[in-house]
Design a protein around this ligand. Structure first.
Ligand SMILES: [Mg+2]
Length: 369
């Protein structure tokens, strides 16, 4: 067998649920644990991994619908395998759980291919950036002011990350005064030099979001994420027209068509793309090209270590979300995680693939399927 005909001889999916370190909530959801679905592919004795943060059902979609089309294919044929997976998902449903399963396998395909070539993934993809700028993200509505200040100042003072984001839109937009107070507590904690972002997770109506944006002007908020539902492209556009903040959304984008509609509607200033939902690296690169054609930047949503290589390969990169939950989980379950010091991740040049290796014994503690 030559290096270029390595067939995928095993596909495995495992599910891990990790409790949060404190109760967490945003404007429209609350949680006390996060589930990671890990896909491992093997070819020629080399293992590639990818994952998504989704329901355990993602693993069932991988096992029942994607294994039959992935097993036996060339580990080098990422695009062809991706196309076969999308076809296999027709009656399962690509958006949602189907898209997350697809993404996890695609990410594992790219990692495996790079490892077979013994190349860092960003080198295989063709990096145009040496580093990927970060913003610290957390600031959950469940935090009291002390917890909020502590988290934000750790990012700003300890890690020297010059951008941070907090959650607002508490209780579906019914606690606006507390939202505004927490923004001002945050601004006081981080000083004038750090960029401050907010994320309502779709918790407001259009008119309410416009009023909130006006109240946040004196805190110099630069980024207003999902002021209204990301399904409401016209609503996003109306908020965008009414404020000088960047209006952003896209974390629930499961395919290129959604991002195309978002660009065509002029709904946002910057597209957020989640590589663990949108269809993996294969679709993320296409999405970034569509965004570039319309003059938009791309920002990576969550799962920081899975985004780094792909975002380094995108000219129209804005930044990447250094999300508290996922940073904690990736640090617990994998060796090879990156250092955020200085406010950017530098993809490793001395390790093949995405550079992360599961810590099997530690991960077993959290395995549920
Ligand atoms: Mg968000």
């Amino acid at each position: 067998m030559t290096a270029t005909d390595a067939a995928i001889d095993s596909v495995e999916a495992a599910v891990y649920t990790v409790p949060t370190d404190a109760p967490e909530a945003d404007g429209t959801f609350s949680w006390d644990a996060t589930t990671l679905v890990l896909v491992s592919l093997r070819a020629a004795g080399v293992v590639g991994t990818g994952w998504t943060y989704g329901a355990p059902a993602c693993a069932a979609v991988v096992r029942d619908h994607l294994v039959p089309v992935v097993q036996g294919r060339s580990a080098f044929d990422v695009a062809g395998t991706w196309e076969q997976m999308v076809r296999a998902l027709r009656n399962v449903g690509r958006p949602g759980i189907g898209g997350m399963a697809l993404s996890a396998v695609d990410l594992a395909m790219w990692d495996l291919k790079a490892r077979l070539f013994d190349l860092p993934l960003h080198k295989l993809l063709g990096a145009v950036h040496d580093e990927v700028p970060l913003y610290g993200s957390g600031g959950f509505t469940t935090y009291d002011d002390t917890q909020l200040r502590e988290q934000l100042t750790d990012w700003v003072n300890r890690d020297r990350i010059p951008r941070v984001k907090i959650k607002i839109g508490e209780a579906r937009g019914t606690r606006v005064d507390r939202d505004v107070d927490r923004v001002h507590v945050s601004r006081a904690a981080i000083g004038d030099e750090t960029e401050l972002y907010v994320d309502a997770n779709g918790g407001y109506s259009v008119a309410q979001a416009v009023r909130v944006a006006r109240r946040l002007c004196d805190a110099d908020v630069r980024w207003f994420e999902e002021p209204v539902s990301s399904d409401d492209l016209e609503g996003l556009r109306q908020v965008r027209q009414s404020t000088c903040m960047d209006v952003t959304a896209g974390e629930y984008g499961y395919d290129l068509a959604y991002f195309h509609r978002m660009c065509a509607a002029g709904a946002v200033d910057c597209l957020q793309v989640d590589v663990t939902r949108c269809g993996g690296i294969t679709e993320l690169l296409r999405t970034a090209a569509v965004a570039a054609s319309q003059g938009f930047d791309v920002s990576g949503h969550c799962a920081p270590h899975l985004h780094v290589a792909a975002l380094a390969a995108i000219p129209n990169l804005r930044h990447l979300e250094w999300f508290h939950d996922h940073v904690r989980i990736e640090t617990m379950l994998f060796d090879g995680t990156l250092d955020p010091s200085g406010g950017a991740l530098r993809p490793a040049n001395d390790r093949p693939g995405h550079g992360l290796t599961p810590r099997q014994s530690r991960a077993e503690t959290f395995r549920i399927a």
